[in-house]
Design a protein around this ligand. Structure first.
Ligand code: UD1
Length: 351
C-alpha cells in the first residue's frame, strides 16, 4: 500500500488504472485538467471501487505544467507521495502533425515540470506511459525493447524525448526508480460497462470508431489501406485490453518498489497481431450487427504491422495479457451500448 500521485487519472487508461490501484489498496492523489476527460469517469471509478474508496482519493484540478498545481498535488495528502504514475498527455497522431507545439509543450514540458516537482518533493519513483509508436517503421516484428527507437510522427517524438529525459535524470543522481511502459494498442473497457474510451468528437482510433458504427452513430468503417503487405492487405496491430494494461501498471509499480533503483523499459502488448478486417469481423460477432466498411487509402504516418515481443514484461513483472480480442470487442460493445454519448460530454456542452 502506497501513497501515489496519478497524472491524467480520468482519461481512458488512467481511469481503469486508478480503479486497479485502489483495489490493490493504494491511496491516490490525482492531478487532472480534464482537457480530454470527464469528472464522471472518476465518479464511476469510485462507484466500482466501493464505498470506502472515497476517503482514499484526492483530486487536484490542475495542470502538470503549472508548478503551483504540482506543489498542491504533492502536499495535499497526509503522507508523502511515494511514487507517480504519469498518464497526462496528448495522444492523437494526426493532431500532433497539426499542432506540434502543443504536443511538445504538454508532453515534454509537462513531464519536465513533473520531474522537477518530484525532485523538490523528494519522490524518485515514476511509471511513465510511453508508446509503441516510438519504434516507427520496425525492422523486425515482433518488436523487442532493443529495437531502434525511431518515431515517425511528432506524438512519437515527444514520447521518445520523455523516455530520454527520464534516462538522463536517472543518470544524473542515484535513487531513481523509473518504468517506461511502451503500450501497443490499448482498447476495450471495464466489463461493467461503466468505464471506457470516450473520445471527444470523431474518434481517431479504430475501436471507438467501429463501436460508433455498430451503435449507429456513424455509417461505415473506413479501412485505411487494403494494400499493406499483410495476409489480408489491412494493417496489423497488437491490441491490448485496457484492464490488462492497468494490471501491467500495478505490476510495474510493485517491481519498482521492491527492487533497487533502475530504469525498466518494457513493451506492454499481447504478442498477437490482428488485421483491421479481423477486428471488424470480431466486432460484428460481439455486437451481432453487420458493420458496413469501405477500403480507402493509407493514413499518413501508419505502419503495416506493429506487434510486441512481450517476453521481457513476463520475465520482469510476471505479467502477461489475459484477455483476448473477443473480450476486447465484447467489453467495448457493452460500454458503447450503455454510454452511446460517452460520459455525456456532448450533452453537457449542448446545454
Ligand atoms: C498509434 C500508435 C499507438 C498509440 C496510438 C495513439 C503505432 C504503431 N501505434 O496507434 O502506439 O497508442 O496511435 O493514438 O504508431 N484504422 C482504420 N480506420 C479507422 C481508424 C484506424 O482502418 O477509422 C486502422 C489504422 O490505419 C491502423 C489500425 O486501424 O492500421 C489501428 O489504428 P488506431 O486505432 O488509430 O491506432 P494506431 O494508429 O495503430
Amino acid at each position: 500500500m502506497a501513497q501515489l500521485l496519478i497524472t491524467g487519472g480520468a482519461g481512458f487508461i488512467g481511469s481503469h488504472t486508478c480503479l486497479v490501484l485502489l483495489e490493490a489498496g493504494h491511496n491516490l492523489v490525482l492531478i487532472e485538467n480534464f482537457s480530454n476527460s470527464s469528472p464522471e469517469a472518476l465518479r464511476r471509478v469510485l462507484e466500482l471501487a466501493g464505498p470506502k474508496a472515497k476517503s482514499r482519493i484526492q483530486i487536484v484540478e490542475g495542470d502538470i505544467r503549472n508548478s503551483d498545481d504540482l506543489d498542491c498535488a504533492f502536499s495535499i495528502a497526509s503522507s508523502p507521495i511515494e511514487a507517480v504514475v504519469h498518464f497526462a498527455g496528448l495522444k492523437a497522431v494526426a493532431e500532433s502533425f497539426e499542432d506540434p507545439l502543443d504536443y511538445w509543450d504538454v508532453n515534454l514540458g509537462g513531464s519536465r515540470s513533473l520531474l522537477n516537482a518530484m525532485r523538490i518533493h523528494g519522490c524518485r519513483t515514476i511509471v511513465f506511459s510511453s508508446s509503441a509508436t516510438i519504434y516507427g517503421y520496425p525492422n523486425e516484428v515482433p518488436i523487442s525493447e532493443n529495437a531502434l527507437v525511431s518515431p515517425i510522427n511528432p506524438y512519437g517524438q515527444t514520447k521518445a524525448a520523455v523516455e530520454q529525459l527520464l534516462a538522463d535524470v536517472a543518470a544524473s543522481e542515484p535513487g531513481w526508480k523509473i518504468a517506461r511502459l511502451r503500450y501497443f494498442n490499448p482498447v476495450g473497457a471495464h466489463p461493467s460497462g461503466l468505464l471506457g474510451e470516450a473520445p471527444h468528437g470523431t474518434p481517431a482510433n479504430l475501436f471507438p470508431y467501429v463501436s460508433q458504427v455498430a451503435v449507429g452513430r456513424r455509417d461505415k468503417v473506413e479501412i485505411f489501406g487494403g494494400d499493406w503487405p499483410t495476409s489480408d492487405g489491412s494493417a496489423v496491430r497488437d491490441y491490448i485490453h485496457v484492464m490488462d494494461l492497468a494490471e501491467g501498471h500495478s505490476a510495474a509499480l510493485n517491481v519498482l518498489q521492491q527492487e533497487a533503483p533502475q530504469v525498466l523499459t518494457l513493451n506492454l502488448g499481447s504478442g498477437r497481431g490482428y488485421s483491421v478486417l479481423e477486428v471488424v469481423k470480431a466486432f460484428e460477432k460481439a455486437s451481432q450487427k453487420k458493420l458496413p466498411y469501405i477500403i480507402t487509402s493509407r493514413r499518413k504516418g501508419d505502419v503495416a504491422c506493429s506487434v510486441a515481443d512481450p517476453d521481457l514484461a513476463l520475465k520482469r513483472l510476471g505479467w502477461s495479457t489475459r484477455r483476448g480480442l473477443e473480450d476486447m470487442c465484447k467489453d467495448s460493445w457493452t460500454w458503447q451500448m450503455a454510454n452511446p454519448d460517452g460520459y455525456s460530454v456532448e450533452i453537457q456542452s449542448l446545454i
